[in-house]
Structures are given as structure tokens and as C-alpha cells.
Design a protein around this ligand. Structure first.
Ligand SMILES: Nc1nc2c(ncn2[C@@H]2O[C@H](COP(=O)(O)OP(=O)(O)OP(=O)(O)O)[C@@H](O)[C@H]2O)c(=O)[nH]1
Length: 963
């Protein structure tokens, strides 16, 4: 913000001849000057020609104004920049990095001061002190403001050590306890940003309460503290931008505040009484410019912002009505007591008047007594932010009450300097003792005021200003009196009458006393004018400067400690990353290695299982084809005889099929065992590669669960249809088989094909007629084969038929043909019947083999879970199943598929655990990277905050330099 924005017109005044002279009074209160000389000089009218001293005073005032404006600009800039720093800090805390509040620990028995404790932040191989020294060289050492507690008023302090707003802070001394905690000690505390929690019993130790809160909760509290501070900065800005200086006149009940105000104004404006009477805040303002030269009282309306140009915001009264208003206000509850703005004239010239001084607008605020009630006291405290000068009126008779002490302590903390009027000094006999006692108390309550006690503490009799006689012209009173006094002091004329002499002596002594009181009051007025007008930096700028320096000191301390915390977090993040990154990479590499390892292992195991199962089933099918059970341990049923041959064929079929089921079960058992050992191998391999922190797999492989469903279904679970259990004629006499032997062709049944390419064993419902025709033909042709013998081929058979026809044509042959045919037929039948126990198993076996080796529809797969579907070999990388395959191929593929599923599940489980392990590590890396970044950001931010704070501090401290 440019300086022009803040520039306020510098009021010029015709003359300020009092200042120089008053300085002389104020600065030498104990110098042995005669009363005549002093009082006369205070009230002497300005001569027409300006003396040299007056010119100097004007120059001094102008110079003062220039310096004041410059300092004001600097402070306003300082306030703006501090507001910005606060806002940045709040924004940073709420959005990017929670600002750490330095925690204070109760002071231990050892006298260590302000120890920053750090345990984890020390780098490996580095002692803590080295680490601390390194950090300090990087970031600078923090300084801390001294902020003594209220109890400190009970101690006797040296001036330099007890200055409350000294911006010096002790250097941190690190010890090896928890980082970021500070031992509570004198000066080791926050000031304006201090979190002073008052919550019941915990209020005794608010630091412990702060410590017990969550970091985010503390940050919230700190944020609201910063918000309050920002608001206060805004008020300070308004206060120092405001050309008006507000002087609050306060003190204990009946201390003589109203009397003092009246004395300053030289008129009985505010009502005074021996009983406590003031219940209102009355702000006395010069009416000349502020109210168009009209004397009147504005009674402010509650809850409405006062605007002197807006009649609806106040009730207009005459000045003479103040006494009545104040009297009526005594009836009101303290909250309803009105606030008055009293516009009045000061008939004195600018050289004498405090209100109408030509330099700055002054408002005198007459406040109710402090201990009237707590609410009023609170209200009074609240008003302190608006006021520039506190004039504290204390009765010399009573000294400081408890509430006066508390008020004075707070006021001097806020304003540094308080103007103290010790009133009713006239009624004290042992004046020296009183003076000493009062000053001792001030030294404890407001050290800076005590330092300037000659200017700031005045022992007066306010009531003397109005003289003893009613209606006496106050302005002429001193001169009149001084003439009398001069006469008396200079030498009383000799009179003859002793009585008259005595009376006159008494009057002279009384006049002398009055003159002393007047002189004291004159010094007070001069000092107050000086304080308010010439030393406005003290009265107006210094409170802002004091607050700013404290705030900046707190921010610098916060920045410093937070930079340290951020540095520790950065170190921790780096340490974490140094471990977490390689750990993640290792985990990822292991997973890739295992993945390819598992794929190879899985393919190998599955292929081996498939080949083994295929081999076993092929053997089984081959044995069945020979009419033998598929596996050992099975025997064919006994032949029951010709009459039960049909049933025999059925039992043979059933037995052969059951033996086939057993063969499949054997192959499945082998598969189970192989799968189990492969699964265990994969698991062990995975466990050995998985990081230690990954939980062991909870999955348990149950081999008996493999093929359980299929096995429960028994033979039908093999895909064997009911027709395969049905006995066929060919089971008894396989004519086609015999025919194929006769014709030298391959067995139709062996190929699984019937006549006309139809499968006889397919179980389709070929017509029984067709079958019986074929059977009859088979029987006939079978007889012929007997003639031709097994060695004949088809050609031989045809030749035989030709010969037979020749024989039929031959009468002799025709005669022998009948008996020969009957004989052959009988032989054939006998052979057929005799061979049935052997031929039936062969025929059944051939028939079954034909079915088993023909195209075998694979079992439809049923997936019970999504996981099964995912790991199904057919759905992923396994080789596609054969489109049409025989029994053994189908079932070996089924077993391989089941195995692949199991192994894939194990593999998947391992992959999943790796995925979780990798995700955990990646999260850890990301979190550490995030922490590293935010810590880096925080360090940069707090470094730049510290630099900004330093710049602003240098700027605002200039006001003190000017002092
Ligand atoms: N002797 C003597 N009496 C004084 C002096 N100042 C005030 N008084 C008397 O003390 C009494 C109280 O004075 P006020 O001015 O009403 O006191 P106050 O502090 O304004 O009172 P409240 O506002 O009611 O708290 C009055 O009777 C005054 O005349 C003084 O310097 N010397």
C-alpha cells in the first residue's frame, strides 16, 4: 500500500509556546523553582512577538509531525504486511501443512531455559548438539518475546529484565527429549498467539490441555487465534489511521475521575458526587469541527452504529442535561447504561486547551469506576482497543485496589505506558510516604510507566482548579492568587495588629498550598498535552508497534519451530524413502520372476498329468476291448447258462463299465497326488519369495475335493449314457464282426461303424426290424462261413455259393444236401452255444470300445464361482480343448483342466498377496514422497515467512528508534 493512502493532513497551529516551557516543568519536578515563577509561566498569555523559544517549539512540532507521519506509514505498512503474513500462514495451515503449535512442558526442577527437545531428529552419527548447531546455521536461531504472567507483578524486577514487550527471546537449547516441546519458562511462551485455554480445572495448566488436544484441534484453535489477531490488526490500523486520539479516563470508584475531567475542561461538565455516581461512558469531544460548533449531547442508541450525521442513531440532549442523564442512568442495569458523546467548547486557546489543541482531535472518555460491577469492567477492557491513552485516576487515600491492579497490569501490557493521576493528594498528610508507596506499586504493575514516572505519574488535587469560591473566574484565579502569594511569600507588610497578622499568615499559607496544588496540576496538564500531542508515538503508535512486534515475534517463533518440525519430517521421509523404494522395487521384481516361474511350472505339471491320465485310460479302454475289466481286481460274472445268457451279457457290460470307472478313479487319484505336490511346491516357492510382513495364506488345498462331484455321480459321471448298459443282439453273436472276418475287411464294430455307416453302438434307436434282418442274414452267412472256413475270403465264399447252386442243380447232391445242411447247422449251433461264455465278453468289450473310442462328447463344464471361470484354462492361456475327442482324451483333458484350475487358484492367491504387498509398499512410498514434498514446501514457506517477518520487524521497530 502506498504511503499516500495513509497520509493524513498534518494540522498546523499558530503557536505552541507551552510545549517547551511545559517540558521544563515536567522534566524537572524536583528542581527548586519558586512557585511564583512556575505558575506564572504556565498561565502567562502568549506575547504578540514570538520569542526564539517559541519558534523552536514550532519547528520541533513540525519536525515531530513529519516524523510521526513517517512512523505511522511504516506501522500501517507493517500492519498490512503482518495481516498478509497471518493470512498466508492460515491458508498454508488449513490447506497444505498443519502448523505445529510449540508445546510447553511444565518447568522441571532444573533451571534449563527454553529447551527444544528432540529425540528422533538427530541424524545418524551426529550428536544432538551438532545437529542443532547445523540446523541453527541453516535457519537462524529463534528469539522469543518475554511475556511475564500476572503473578510477576509481585516480584521486584530490574527495568531491563521486566520490560514486557522486549522482542528478545532466549536462544533455544536442545535436549534429548521429545522434539517440538518447550520447557515452560520465563520468556519461553507465545504472546499474542498463545493458546490460553480456560476450561474449568484444566485452566490451571492450559499448556497441558493444549498438549492433550489433537494436532488438528490445536491448529484450529491457533487458526482462530490468528483470525482474532487479524481482526485486532484491522482495529489497530483504524486506530492509527484515525486522526483522533482517544483518552480514556478511568480508575477506581470515587477516585475523582469526573472531577479530573472537569478540571481539564475548566468547567463543571460531568456530575461529581461523594457517592459513586458515574454509570455512563461519556466521550467529550471539541464541538468546533466535530459538531458544527454546536454544544450538545448525543445519547447513542443500542445496537446501532453511531453516525453523528444520522439522527436515527442517537438521541439529542442539551449539555446541561448530562447530570440528569447520569442520575437516571443509575437506575439502569449496567448493560443498559447509555453511552454519551458530549460535544463541548473549551473557551481556552489552543495553547491551553487539551481538546482544542490545533494538532490532533482529542476525545476524553469519562468511564464508570472500575469495580462498579464485573460487566462494566469487562466492557471497559473491551474498549481499550479503541483508545490511545489510558489516564488512570487513583485516589491517594486508597491506593490501588485489586481491580485497579488488574486493570493497570493489562493496560500497561497493551499500551506499555499509562498516564497515572494520583488524585486527592491534598488530603494526605505524609505525602512522601504516600508517593513512595504508590510509586513502588506502579513499578510492579507497569514498569515502563515507572521508568517515565516523572512525566507519567502525577500527584494532584483536581478539585483545586475550581478554587474555593463559587463563581470565581477560573482563568483569572491563578494570577490573582499568585499576586497574593507573591506578596505573602515576598514579605508580609508589617501591621500593628497581631490578630490581623495571624489571619493573613493563615491565608498566605493556604494560598501557598493552593499554589503548590495548582502548580502540580499545571505540570500534569503540560505532561498530558505533551504525552498526547508531542509523544503521540507513545500514545497512539506504540500500542500498535508493541502489538505488532509481539505478533511478529510469535510468528517468527512459530515459523522457526515449524521449520524445525518440517526438517525432522523431511529427514524422516527421506529415511523412509531410502528403505521403501528399494523394498517396492524388490517386491515387484520378485512378483515378475515368480509369475513366469509359475507359468512354466503350471504348464509342466498339467502336461504331465494329461499324458499320464491319457496313457492309463488308453490301457483301460484297450483291455475292455478285449473283453477284460479295465483294471485288475475286477472279475467278470460267472456264466449262468444259455437260458440266462441275455442277463449275462448285461452283467458283463455293467462290470466292464464299472472297471472303467475304477480306472478313471485311479487316474484321478494320481492327478490329485500330483496336483497336491505341485500346489505345495508353488505355495512354498511363493511363501519364500513373499516379504515377511505379508500374512501367510489361509487357503488350504483339499485334494479329496478334486473330482468329488464326478466321482459321486459314479459311472454316469464319465459321460456314459444309459444305452451303453443295454444288451444288444450283437453282444451274443456279432455277425458283422464275423462277416468282416469272412470278407477279410476290418471289423465294422471295431471301427464303431455299422452297416451303411451307422453306429451300432451309438445307442440311437435304430429299428429293431432292421437289426433282426441283419441278424438273420448274419446267421445265414455265418453258416456259409463254416463251409468255407475261416481261411476263405469273399471270393471263396462266392465260389462256394456257385458250387452249392451247382450241387442244388445236381440231383444226387440235392439228395445229400438236406442232411448235410442239418448236420452243419447243428454243429454251428452247438459251437455257438458252447462259446457263449467267451464270446459275450468279447462282443460286449468290442461294442463298448467302439463307443469309447468314437467321438466322445466332453462333459459340459459347470463353473460354480467367478474365480473358477477366471482361472479356467479354457478361458485363458491353456491350449484349446480338442473339438472332438475319444473317452481317454476327454477325461485326461478334464483332469488336466481341473489341475490347472487348482494351480491357477494358488498362483492367483499368491499374485493377490503380492499385489497387496506391492500396494502397501507403493502407498508407503507415495505417503513418504508426499510427506517429503510437503515438508520441503513447509521449510521453504517458513523460511520465507521468517524473512518477511524480519523485514517487517525492522520496519516497525523504527518507531522505537525515533523515540
Ligand atoms: N479533596 C479532594 N477531593 C476530591 C478530589 N477530586 C475529587 N474529589 C471529591 O471526591 C468525590 C468524588 O469525585 P468524583 O469526581 O465524582 O469521582 P468519580 O471517580 O468520578 O466517581 P465515580 O465516577 O462515581 O466513580 C467528590 O466529592 C469530589 O469533590 C481531590 O483531588 N481532592
Amino acid at each position: 500500500m502506498s504511503s499516500q493512502q495513509y497520509a493524513t493532513p498534518v494540522k498546523t497551529r499558530g503557536s505552541h509556546d507551552r510545549s517547551k516551557q511545559c517540558d521544563g516543568d515536567v522534566n524537572t519536578p524536583t528542581s527548586p523553582v519558586t512557585p511564583t515563577q512556575k505558575v506564572t509561566s504556565f498561565y502567562t498569555r502568549a506575547p504578540a512577538a514570538k520569542p526564539k523559544s517559541q519558534l523552536d517549539a514550532n519547528q520541533q512540532l513540525e519536525q515531530h509531525q513529519i516524523l510521526y507521519e513517517q512512523s505511522k506509514q511504516k506501522l500501517l505498512e507493517g500492519i498490512d504486511r503482518s495481516t498478509q503474513i497471518l493470512s498466508d500462514l492460515r491458508e498454508f495451515s488449513s490447506n497444505r501443512w498443519i502448523v505445529h503449535y510449540p508445546q510447553l512442558e511444565s518447568k522441571p526442577a532444573s533451571p534449563a531455559t527454553f529447551a527444544i527437545r528432540r529425540s528422533q531428529s538427530t541424524l545418524p552419527g551426529q550428536s544432538f548438539e551438532e545437529s542443532a548447531a547445523q540446523f541453527d546455521s541453516q535457519h537462524g536461531s529463534p528469539t522469543r518475546p518475554s511475556h511475564p504472567s500476572l503473578q510477576r507483578c509481585n516480584t521486584t524486577q530490574g527495568a531491563s529484565a521486566s520490560v514486557p514487550n522486549t522482542p528478545e527471546r532466549k536462544l533455544p537449547v536442545r535436549s534429548n527429549t521429545t522434539f517440538g516441546r518447550y520447557q515452560e519458562d520465563e520468556g519461553a511462551d507465545m504472546s499474542v498467539l498463545k493458546l490460553d485455554l480456560k476450561l474449568g480445572a484444566a485452566s490451571n495448566n492450559s499448556h497441558q490441555l493444549v498438549q492433550s488436544l489433537e494436532k488438528s484441534s490445536v491448529a484450529q484453535l491457533l487458526d482462530s487465534r490468528m483470525e482474532q489477531s487479524a481482526r485486532h490488526l484491522e482495529k489497530l490500523k483504524q486506530r492509527i489511521s484515525d486522526t483522533q486520539s482517544k483518552v480514556l479516563i478511568t480508575g477506581d470508584l470515587n477516585a475523582g475521575k469526573s472531577t479530573f475531567v472537569n478540571a481539564l475542561l475548566r468547567r463543571q461538565l460531568m456530575p461529581t458526587d461523594q457517592q459513586p455516581c458515574t454509570t455512563v461512558f461519556c466521550e467529550v469531544i471539541d464541538a468546533t469541527e466535530a459538531n458544527n460548533d454546536v454544544e450538545e449531547v448525543h445519547m447513542l442508541k443500542k445496537g446501532v452504529a453511531y453516525d453523528p450525521k444520522n439522527e436515527s442513531t442517537f438521541i439529542r440532549h442539551k449539555v446541561s442535561e448530562i447530570e440528569r442523564i447520569v442520575e437516571e442512568a443509575e437506575e439502569f442495569s449496567p448493560e443498559d447504561a447509555p453511552i454519551l458523546k458530549c460535544y463541548t467548547h473549551d473557551t481556552r486557546g489552543t495553547q491551553q486547551s487539551l481538546l482544542k489543541n490545533g494538532v490532533v482531535d482529542i476525545a476524553l472518555i469519562d468511564a464508570p469506576g472500575l469495580n462498579r460491577d464485573s460487566l462494566k469492567t469487562t466492557a471497559l477492557f473491551a474498549r481499550q482497543e479503541e483508545i490511545d491513552v489510558v489516564v488512570f485516576v487513583v485516589s491517594a487515600e486508597n491506593h490501588f485496589t485489586l481491580s485497579a491492579k488488574e486493570f493497570l497490569w493489562n493496560a500497561s501490557n497493551d499500551k506499555a505506558y499509562v498516564f497515572i493521576v494520583v488524585n486527592k493528594y491534598d488530603s494526605i498528610k505524609n505525602k512522601e510516604k504516600c508517593r513512595k508507596l504508590v510509586l513502588d506499586q506502579i513499578r510492579q504493575l507497569s514498569p515502563r510507566t515507572y521508568e517515565d514516572a516523572e512525566d507519567l505519574v502525577h500527584f494532584v488535587d483536581s478539585s483545586v482548579v475550581f478554587g474555593q469560591d463559587e463563581g470565581e473566574d477560573l482563568s483569572s484565579l491563578p494570577e490573582t492568587r499568585m499576586e497574593e502569594v507573591s506578596m505573602k511569600v515576598g514579605g508580609v507588610p508589617e501591621e500593628d495588629k497581631a490578630k490581623k497578622e495571624e489571619e493573613e499568615d493563615k491565608a498566605a499559607v493556604a494560598a501557598l498550598k493552593n499554589a503548590d496544588s495548582l502548580r502540580a496540576f499545571a505540570r500534569l496538564e503540560a505532561a498530558l498535552r505533551d504525552f498526547v500531542l508531542l509523544k503521540r508515538s507513545k500514545s497512539k503508535l506504540l500500542p500498535a508497534q508493541t502489538y505488532l512486534i509481539r505478533l511478529l515475534s510469535d510468528i517468527a517463533f512459530l515459523a522457526k519451530t515449524n521449520a524445525q518440525v518440517a526438517q525432522v519430517e523431511l529427514d524422516q521421509a527421506k529415511e523412509k524413502l531410502a528403505v521403501a523404494r528399494p523394498d517396492l522395487a524388490k517386491c515387484q521384481t520378485k512378483r515378475q520372476q515368480l509369475e513366469s516361474l509359475f507359468e512354466g511350472e503350471e504348464d509342466e505339471v498339467v502336461t504331465a498329468i494329461m499324458q499320464e491320465a491319457q496313457r492309463k485310460l488308453d490301457i483301460a479302454v484297450e483291455r475292455i476291448g478285449k473283453g477284460k475289466p479295465a483294471v485288475d481286481g475286477f472279475s467278470l460274472p460267472p456264466y449262468p447258462g444259455l437260458l440266462d445268457v441275455w442277463n449275462y451279457a448285461y452283467e458283463v457290460r455293467r462290470t466292464l463299465l464299472e472297471s472303467l470307472d475304477k480306472a478313471v478313479c485311479d487316474a484321478e487319484d494320481t492327478t490329485r497326488a500330483t496336483t497336491q505336490s505341485a500346489e505345495r511346491r508353488i505355495k512354498e516357492m511363493g511363501e519364500s519369495h513373499l516379504p515377511d510382513d505379508v500374512a501367510k495364506s489361509q487357503r488350504i488345498f483339499l485334494p479329496e475335493a478334486m473330482f468329488a462331484k464326478r466321482r459321486a455321480a459314479g459311472v454316469s459321471g464319465l459321460g456314459i449314457r444309459d444305452e451303453m448298459f443295454e444288451v444288444k443282439v450283437s453282444d451274443l453273436f456279432d455277425a458283422l464282426h464275423h462277416l468282416s472276418i469272412v470278407t477279410g475287411g476290418s471289423s465294422a464294430t471295431e471301427k464303431g461303424k455299422g452297416v451303411g455307416g451307422k453306429s451300432l453302438t451309438a445307442g440311437s434307436s435304430e429299428s429293431e426290424e432292421e437289426m433282426s434282418l441283419v441278424s438273420s442274414l448274419s446267421l445265414g452267412l455265418g453258416a456259409l462261413t463254416l463251409v468255407g472256413g475261416k481261411t476263405f475270403g469273399a471270393k471263396t465264399a462266392i465260389e462256394t455259393i456257385v458250387r452249392l447252386s451247382d450241387l442244388i442243380g445236381n440231383p444226387t447232391a440235392r439228395r445229400w444236401a438236406g442232411p448235410a445242411f442239418a448236420l452243419v447247422s447243428t454243429g454251428l449251433i452247438v459251437y455257438f452255444v458252447y462259446d457263449l461264455p467267451n464270446s459275450v465278453p468279447r462282443n460286449v468289450g468290442r461294442s463298448l470300445t467302439s463307443s469309447l473310442t468314437s467321438s466322445w462328447a466332453p462333459q459340459p463344464k459347470t463353473f460354480t464361482t467367478k474365480r473358477e471361470l477366471e482361472v479356467d484354462p479354457a478361458s485363458s492361456r491353456s491350449s484349446p480343448p480338442p473339438p472332438q475327442s475319444d473317452f481317454s482324451t476327454t477325461h485326461s483333458a478334464r483332469m488336466a483342466r481341473e489341475t490347472r484350475k487348482i494351480l491357477r487358484m494358488s498362483n492367483w492367491d499368491l499374485q493377490e498377496r503380492f499385489r497387496v504387498a506391492i500396494a502397501t509398499r507403493r502407498n508407503a512410498v507415495e505417503a513418504a514422497e508426499k510427506k517429503e514434498k510437503s515438508a520441503n514446501d513447509a521449510i521453504r514457506f517458513f523460511q520465507s515467512t521468517s524473512e518477511n517477518v524480519c523485514q517487517v520487524r525492522r520496519k516497525v521497530e523504527v518507531v522505537q528508534g525515533w523515540e
